[in-house]
Design a binder for this molecule. Structure first.
Ligand SMILES: C[S@@+](CC[C@H](N)C(=O)[O-])C[C@H]1O[C@@H](n2cnc3c(N)ncnc32)[C@H](O)[C@@H]1O
Length: 218
């Protein structure tokens, strides 16, 4: 998602310029998503996730909501040898765009798209994931979290985007068309912030990025 009014626009602009995208394909994907009005991850948040992958060196990453594979490709490019991204998407149109960009990036062997509703696919997954990224329909965020907790590997990291929901979750004046989803994200945030067995923080980059580190089995 692109940046809302979460931090001062001048500061966002400064950091965006500092980190400005130099990769041709990523730049093309950002322009394509804008043109087609497909929400993709904010660039600053995407760069943070790349960093997380380079630090964590995950064998298995799960993404809930592929869109055009903007973040999936960034994940794939930074994986260790033998690492894999499993990404879930139910929009047929987005799946076609994603496949085409994945092939353009040459990372077909590192990304598997599972087509369909994440809520139906997740309970059937039979492996654990070192990083799980929640970024699909906000109305189902609490359900994704419950399923993600079951699928996270010991010491793994759960990340969730849009936790400041364009500024609405922290605002007293929520736009009427955001009321329902804002209520859901607020409930998600409370649960996420005190997730048993995890150490959690919420970063005010992009649209608000939550990060929860599984502290291991007790
Ligand atoms: C914000 S976009 C994902 C952006 C992507 N993660 C990125 O970083 O560029 C959300 C995507 O989730 C998909 N989606 C929403 N609900 C879903 C569900 N229940 N199962 C699978 N995909 C879903 C939408 O079709 C959309 O493509």
């Amino acid at each position: 998602m692109t940046s809302g009014n979460i931090v001062y626009p001048g500061q966002v602009e400064y950091v965006d310029n500092l980190l400005s995208e130099t990769d041709g394909l990523m730049f093309e994907m950002e322009s394509f998503a804008k043109l087609k009005s497909i929400p993709i991850l904010d660039m600053q948040s995407a760069k943070f996730l790349e960093l997380l992958v380079t630090i964590k060196q995950p064998k298995n990453v799960l993404e809930i909501g592929t869109a055009i594979a903007y973040t999936a490709i960034r994940f794939a490019r930074n994986l260790p040898e033998g690492g894999k991204v499993t990404t879930l998407e139910m929009s047929k149109g987005n799946i076609e765009y994603a496949k085409s960009f994945i092939s353009k990036a040459g990372v077909e062997s590192k990304i598997e798209i599972l087509e369909g509703d994440a809520l139906k696919i997740m309970p059937k997954l039979d492996k654990k994931f070192d990083i799980i990224f929640i970024d699909a329909d906000k109305e189902d965020y609490l359900k994704y979290l419950e399923l993600a907790v079951d699928l996270i590997a010991t010491g793994g990291i759960i990340v969730a985007d849009n936790l400041l929901w364009h500024g609405n979750t922290a605002s007293k004046n929520v736009a009427p068309n955001y009321e329902k989803t804002t209520g859901i994200i607020r409930e998600f945030n409370k649960k996420f912030a005190s997730l048993p067995g995890f150490k959690t923080t919420l970063l005010t980059i992009g649209d608000g990025l939550g990060v929860a580190h599984h502290l291991g089995d007790f």
